[in-house]
Ligand binder design. Sequence first.
Ligand code: ADP
Length: 226
Amino acid sequence: MISLKHVNKFYYSDEEKLQALKDINLEIAAGELVAIMGPSGSGKSTLINLLGFIDKKISGRYLFNGENYLAADDTTLSHIRNEKVGFVFQNFSLIENDTVFENVELPLLYSGLGFHQTKERVMAVLTKVGLKDKAQKLPKQLSGGQQQRVAIARALVNQPSFIIADEPTGALDSVTSEEIMKLFVELNQEMGVTVILVTHNPELVQYCSRLIEIFDGAIIQDKELK
Ligand code: ADP
């Protein structure tokens, strides 16, 4: 599904040129649950911005299902991002004044569905994450773990090709973190959702099928876990 070949990324500032990704070669297949680990500044965000079609200024090649989407213009690329990738962030990034239902509905509206077409799909993903009865609540009426479930439902609603979860348990206690990781495993195993998880937390690796370690912009380890 994902294929990176000889990818390099440079950031330029004044007279400085910083190489944030160094000759990255990476294949990720549909159905994987991959952890990407590395210390702060090692290039994790740069890598997921590339994988998630946010950053297209790289050298080398990114093929997604055999296609070079990075050649598309920004508007096309943002539609591709909305359809192919679901993002889950550490701080949930929900819209405070919108209900749970409206938060999850948003990517569908952006995809061009009308209001009358969204209900079934929104309720189906809310059911999947165990929040069917919270649809009319506001995010602040929910616990942190529940808010992250809303964010996961929002990431899933467009049936994306893969999910990028960036420190998804970083703001949660250990019990809730475990619940969220088990949800990712369930979605992965039962629905075949591909998950790319970025984390500092070695405890999350046990839930994953593969571990990629990145250091100073390079992949230093890539191993199957089960
Ligand atoms: P991580 O997510 O692992 O903390 P990043 O991908 O954010 O790492 O950063 C990798 C390197 O690139 C770091 O040295 C960082 O300072 C640098 N960097 C990241 N974003 C920018 C930017 N927009 N401009 C210049 N340098 C950047």
